[in-house]
Design a protein around this ligand. Structure first.
Ligand code: 5AD
Ligand code: FES
Length: 350
């Protein structure tokens, strides 16, 4: 029954909500191995043994939002706040470029100190200095006009996880003022403008059901994002979710495999959160069908301040150390990091 669901997913690249729910509720180690043999074969056909790298620059941990799960939420007064100036961001890019990065991800809380004028200036400066690189933004919900202005300044990709597709579940993870409808609308704006778009969700967030995850999968199928980031929920001590259990490794890996079969050419990272809950989490993510890693290029003196969840890895290592470490880790499982923008490619592998 479960094996035939995996076969059907492989063939048709989607299942019904009921079928997804049954798979999520009923899988075991055998199903996982069966699924991964297929999802890994798909990833190998599309990407070979090449792993794309994205240099993550966490440029501000100020945030006007108050997501209940997040360590840099506005009302966490224990978080020590910082902002990087344009020159510091450019210095991260410079170091990243020399290490072989051709994608820079500018990520931050929703920080209104960075006006559109400042953001456009930062984006166009990076664009001018690195015409051959992709610039990915991950700075939250904005208006259509703002997204357009950043795009015109030279940004070409945008990450905005939808977090959960179910409105009722969304309202349990966020204050009233944050709207699940607007968040989804942002993703469609971004696509319309021409960004390569990434979305995703946390696995095992409080009150999440398998039905919710099935809805996430169907939302993703419908959106057809270029990138999909998922990672386990991990509690942060200074949030109201401190006492909740972390998300499951196996379920996260299963979902990476499912997403690979659903959208064969999607760019799927083995996330830092996955590496945080298991010493080989990122390797297991790659072996389940992920094809991207996102080492941190933020200056080491701010890394311990950009803490969304407890026990985050790589907060003391220099960029070059993580680069080397990941290169070795990937080599051990038969993969190699490549110097490449790693753009989304439209290809049919039916
Ligand atoms: N555990 C795991 N992931 C988290 N994120 C935020 N807080 C946590 C947490 N406690 C994720 C969200 C967000 C992304 C940047 O990090 O999904 O979109
Ligand atoms: Fe950062 Fe291994 S990737 S130390």
């Amino acid at each position: 029954m479960m094996l035939s669901l995996v076969d059907k997913l492989h063939r048709e690249k989607v299942l019904s909500k009921e079928e997804f729910t049954a798979l999520l509720d009923g899988f075991d180690k055998n199903i996982m191995q069966y699924l991964f043999s297929k999802s890994r074969a798909v990833a190998d056909r599309v990407f070979g043994n090449k792993i794309y790298i994205r240099g993550l620059i966490e440029f501000t941990n100020y945030c006007k939002n108050d997501c209940y799960y997040c360590g840099i939420r506005r009302s966490n007064h224990n978080a020590e706040r910082y902002r990087l100036e344009k020159e510091e961001i450019l210095a991260c890019c410079r170091q990243g470029y020399s290490l072989g990065f051709r994608t820079f991800v500018l990520q931050g809380g929703e920080d209104l100190w960075y006006t559109d004028e400042k953001l456009v200036d930062i984006i166009s400066s990076v664009r001018n200095a690195y015409p051959d690189c992709a610039i990915t933004l991950s700075i939250g919900e904005k208006t259509y006009e703002q997204y357009l202005a950043y795009y015109k300044a030279g940004a070409n990709r945008y990450l905005l996880r939808h977090e959960t597709a179910n409105a009722e579940h969304y309202s349990k993870l966020h204050p009233q003022a944050q709207s699940p409808e607007y968040r989804k609308r942002c993703l469609y704006y971004l696509k319309e403008i021409g960004y390569q778009v990434g979305t995703g969700f946390m696995v095992g967030s409080p009150w999440q059901t398998s039905g919710n995850i099935a809805e996430d999968l169907l939302f993703i199928k419908n959106l057809k994002p270029h990138m999909i980031g998922i990672g386990p929920f991990i509690p942060h001590k200074d949030t109201q979710f401190a006492g909740f259990p972390q998300g499951s490794l196996d379920l996260t890996l299963l979902l990476i495999g499912i997403l690979r079969l659903m959208i064969p050419n999607a760019l799927i990272p083995a996330t830092t959160a996955l590496g945080t809950i298991h010493p080989k989490g990122r390797e297991l993510g790659i072996l389940a069908g992920a094809n991207v890693v996102m080492p941190n290029l933020s200056p080491v003196n701010v890394r311990k301040k950009y803490i969304l969840y407890d026990n985050k890895i790589c907060t003391s290592e220099e960029a070059a150390e993580c680069q080397f470490c990941l290169q070795e880790r990937m080599k051990k499982i038969g993969y190699e990091l490549v110097v490449d923008r790693g753009d989304y490619k439209e290809i049919d592998i039916s």
